[in-house]
Structures are given as structure tokens and as C-alpha cells.
Design a protein around this ligand. Structure first.
Ligand code: GAP
Length: 516
């Protein structure tokens, strides 16, 4: 099955088993907005908790906050979002479809690069062992032509963006003969900048109402509270402030399920450091965050760094952690060394000092900041896409399972009485009572035991406990392991230890300890 089909299956599986629903589906949905169902909410909560424990609970010098979504409008002037949080948009006059001009250009270049890759693959097959890729790339006429075409488009595009020259961006689209994927025509409008922030009004009387924005990132809630936390928590630099919460962006090209949403959740941490030490801390957090992702066990080869060559004006180093999604490697987390840009901008716009007195060097300064920022929904998609497996079993049937790390699974234990009679349900409920205070458990007595196992596999439940007639006699049950489908007979007294050992966050958190 190709990646596209697998991705489609993941989307329908997410709906069928209560992980993710389209928002307001009964009204035909709201584009790029999604709801988490009964399973999704648990998995999302566990991912958030793993992040929170790793960032806050495991670090004596990192604390959390929960700032409001609404903030004083000047916040967004200071942060640069009002003036510069824009996407360049272009419309096709025939299809009336709107596109991000940069995406059209980047996708066009990606197509040229795919042609080159195909040419190289073909030659590799033809020449076998003796094939030298570097020589081929440097000499093959078609490859050289295509490479020159791609480089020239990218160079022009970079120049146009740097000069904020939207006419030139349009001209690149015309010159590259990029067509609308719907109408197939080259009938393009001008390129316009479009601000991505959602706004609403605060105040009861419309004339007095203030324009208020829904935050496009959680980070600014941390910056404006920097001194409150530092003073009330008596924090000493270096220290961090972490936050998880909703962010809103009026994304124009919102595709690929929960990868790019209009309402999403971020998990961000700002690490305040002494100026001059920021690159050291940037490198520390780069490694620490990569290790955190890899600790989920989906294979280190599915993660890579993408270092930014062109830096935003406020950053002196930046990279993404990219993940191998079903549609290719894409950004999962951003790590940025943001200098003192944000705190200085808030000092300027608020007129309040946002400085720290460093007793070690006897100096006041505006701290520098290293930021780690991961999208919780994107992380959810990464986890779903690598956990989802369709397995052919020896008996010829297919099993769909979610091989989630046990500590992330929405339900940890399913308690299943073999029959609905002979006191088995009552005994099963006793076991549920024993376990439910510590773990998310479920009770299921409908259908055959085989069907019930499959239902639990499909939502990623690591343990199924079956209560049978022997249980009544000797207080033993069978415990079935999701990944191996093996069963063992254990006493009820052993259950707590067996389950706790596998489902606690402890082992995963301990594996992060050696960082870096
Ligand atoms: N404070 C820095 C910041 O917001 P960003 O690269 O714009 O940086 C950080 O966003 C992360 O938030 C991204 O790596 C991604 O995981 C997530 N994210 C951004 N836009 C998103 C969207 N429209 N839908 C889902 N996740 C998004």
C-alpha cells in the first residue's frame, strides 16, 4: 500500500475509533478545524503530560504558566504579528481558488526536483554497481538543466521575499508557467499580503469595542509574564517558563488533516539566558528536544534537523525538527534562539523595564531567549501515523493495531469477562475496581473475545485481562499483550505491578536524563 493510501486509512481509523472528528460535521464541517473524540482526548492529554513532565517536572529551573488567549492588542504590535505575520496570496481568476504564492512556487520546484531524483534512480538501475551519483549529477544534461531551473527559481524567489517585492513573486509564477491545479489556467491575480491573525471585538457596545486578537502563538503570554514569574518564583537565570495552550491562525492552505489547522495547540518553552550564552543553550535544547521525540520509540531515522539558513530578523540561530509524516519530512517542532528581541520590544511598547539583575556578574540586562515550540496536534499526527499498523496474521486475517508506547495509550487496560454469566462479570468488575484508580480502564462484555481483542488493538490498549471460570476458582486471569498477542496466566495480585511497570512515564523520562 502506498503512503497516500495509508494516510487515508489513518484518517478514517481516527474517525471510526473516536480519535478525531471533523468540527461541526453535521453541518458539513468547518475547514481545517477538528474535534478530538473520546480516545483522541486521552492520547492528546498523555502527550501533553509527557511533554510537561519532561520540561517542567524534570527541571528544577523550569516552571509553567497558563496565560489567557486574549491579550492586550499592543502585545501583537510589539511582537511584530500585526505588521509582519503575513502570507503572500494569489487567486486564480478562472477557478476562483486562492493559493499561497510561496507554496505554489515551492511545490513547482519540488516537482522539478522529483524529476531529477527519478532520472538519478533510473540511471542507478541501469548502471548498477559502477554508478557514481555525484558524477552523474554533475554531467547529465537533463539533470543539469533541471537543477539550474530549480536553483534559478529559488534564487529569484528568495530575492523577491527579502525585498518584499510581491510583483516579482507574481512574475516568477508567470515565468515558471505555474498553472492552477483546478482550472489548469495561468490567469493569476496580483499577489497580496494577508495577515493570519483572527480578530474579534471586546466590549459590549460596538463603538467602544476594542479589536482583540486570538493569539497566534502561546509564546507572547510567556514574554509578558517574564518578570511576574521571575520575581514571584525567585527564579535565577538560566530559567525557563513553559506553557501549553490553543493558538489560532487563519491558514489559507490548510490541508493534510491535523497537520495545518486554524485552531491548534502549542507546547512552548522560553529559556531565559545570559546574553552571550544563548548559542550554547540553543545547542543544548536542540539535542534535548530531539532526544525527547526519539524517546517515543518510532525510529530515529524518522527525525531530522533542518537548520534555517535564512534567519528571521530577531533570531541568531534556528532549526526545525522534521518528522517523516506519510506525506514526507515536514516540520514538527521549531527551536529558535530569539535574542532579546521580544523582551526589548515589550519594554519599548509598554514602557516597563523587563530586566534581570544577575548577582553573579553584578549587572542588569534584558535576557536572551531560546525557544522550543512544538505543535501538539502535529505531534499527535506523527504518533498516529507511525503507530498505525495493518498486519497479516498467520491465519490469513488482517489485524489493525495502534502500537502506541504503553504510557501514551488512551486506555491502559481492558477487563473482559469471557461470558456474561456464572459470576464472571462480577469478578471482572472487582478487577476493574482494583485498577481504575491508577489507570484508564475499560470494561467490555459484548461480542466474542476475539472481536473484543481486535477492538482494543485498534485503539492501542496495551493490556487485555480476561476473566474466565478458572479465575473464580483460583484468582488468576489471563493477561494479553497487544504487540505480541501472547497471553500469560497470572494471579490478580500480580496485575498492579505488571501493568505499572509498562504504563508509567518513569522509564521514558529516565531515558532523557543523559541529555546532552
Ligand atoms: N512561537 C514560535 C512559533 O509559533 P511556529 O514555527 O510558527 O513557531 C511552532 O510554530 C509549531 O507550532 C510548529 O512547529 C508546528 O508544530 C505548530 N504549528 C504551527 N502552525 C500550525 C498549524 N496551523 N496547525 C498545526 N500546528 C501548527
Amino acid at each position: 500500500m502506498n503512503q497516500e493510501d495509508i494516510f487515508k486509512n489513518i484518517i478514517s481509523h481516527s474517525k471510526e475509533y473516536g480519535f478525531i472528528f471533523q468540527s461541526s460535521e453535521i453541518y458539513d464541517g468547518l475547514s481545517a478545524v477538528y474535534d478530538y473524540g473520546q480516545m483522541g482526548v486521552e492520547l492528546k492529554k498523555n502527550l501533553r503530560e509527557y511533554w510537561w513532565k519532561a520540561m517542567v517536572q524534570m527541571h528544577e529551573n523550569i516552571v509553567g504558566i497558563d496565560a489567557a488567549i486574549f491579550m492586550h492588542p499592543t502585545t501583537w504590535k510589539a511582537s511584530g504579528h500585526i505588521d509582519a505575520f503575513n502570507d503572500p496570496l494569489i487567486d486564480n481568476k478562472d477557478s476562483k481558488k486562492r493559493y499561497r504564492a510561496d507554496v505554489l512556487i515551492e511545490e513547482h520546484v519540488a516537482k522539478i526536483e522529483t524529476k531529477i531524483t527519478k532520472e538519478v534512480e533510473k540511471a542507478k538501475e541501469r548502471f548498477g554497481e559502477s554508478f557514481n551519483e555525484e558524477t552523474f549529477r554533475n554531467t547529465n544534461v537533463r539533470v543539469l538543466e533541471n537543477q539550474a531551473k530549480a536553483d534559478s527559481i529559488l534564487d529569484r524567489f528568495k530575492g523577491a521575499l527579502e525585498a518584499n517585492n510581491l510583483e516579482e513573486v507574481r512574475q516568477i509564477i508567470i515565468d515558471a508557467e505555474i498553472v492552477c491545479p483546478i482550472s489548469g489556467s495561468k490567469n493569476w491575480t496580483e499577489v497580496r499580503q494577508f495577515n493570519l491573525m483572527f480578530s474579534t471585538a471586546m466590549g459590549s457596545v460596538s463603538e467602544d469595542a476594542n479589536l482583540i486578537y486570538l493569539r497566534p502563538e502561546t509564546a507572547q503570554g510567556i514574554f509578558v509574564n517574564f518578570l511576574n514569574v521571575q520575581k514571584s518564583g525567585r527564579m535565577k537565570i538560566p530559567f525557563g517558563i513553559a506553557q501549553t495552550g490553543k493558538a489560532f491562525r487563519n491558514e489559507i492552505v490548510a490541508r493534510q488533516f491535523i497537520f495545518r489547522m486554524r485552531e491548534f495547540e502549542q507546547m512552548e518553552m522560553q529559556y531565559f539566558v545570559r546574553p552571550g550564552t544563548e548559542i550554547e543553550w540553543y545547542n543544548y535544547w536542540k539535542l534535548a528536544r530531539m532526544k525527547w521525540h526519539q524517546s517515543l520509540g518510532f525510529g530515529n531515522q524518522n527525525y531530522r534537523f533542518h537548520d534555517h539558513l535564512k534567519l528571521a530578523h530577531y533570531a541568531n540561530a534556528a532549526c526545525d525538527i522534521e518528522f517523516n509524516f506519510p506525506f514526507g519530512f515536514k516540520e514538527l517542532e521549531g527551536i529558535h534562539s530569539r535574542t532579546d528581541f521580544d523582551l526589548k520590544a515589550h519594554e519599548l511598547h509598554s514602557g516597563k523595564k523587563l530586566q534581570y539583575f544577575d548577582p553573579e556578574i553584578n549587572q542588569n540586562y534584558v535576557p536572551y531567549v531560546v525557544e522550543t515550540s512544538v505543535g501538539l496536534d502535529r505531534l499527535f499526527l506523527a504518533v498516529m501515523s507511525k503507530s498505525y499498523v495493518e498486519e497479516k496474521l498467520e491465519d490469513g486475517t488482517t489485524r489493525v493495531a495502534l502500537n502506541l508506547p504503553a504510557f501514551l495509550a488512551p486506555i491502559k487496560v481492558a477487563v473482559l469477562p469471557l461470558l456474561k454469566k456464572d459470576g464472571l462479570p462480577e469478578k471482572a468488575r472487582e478487577i476493574l475496581e482494583l485498577l481504575k484508580y491508577d489507570h484508564a480502564c475499560t470494561f467490555d462484555e459484548k461480542d466474542t473475545i476475539g472481536k473484543r481483542y481486535r477492538r482494543q488493538d485498534a485503539i492501542g490498549t496495551p493490556f487485555c485481562i480476561t476473566v474466565d471460570h478458572q479465575t473464580i476458582e483460583d484468582n488468576t486471569v489471563t493477561i494479553r499483550h497487544r504487540d505480541t498477542m501472547t497471553q500469560e496466566r497470572v494471579s490478580i495480585g500480580q496485575l498492579v505491578t505488571i501493568i505499572e511497570e509498562k504504563v508509567s512515564f518513569k522509564k521514558a523520562l529516565q531515558s532523557l536524563k543523559q541529555v546532552p
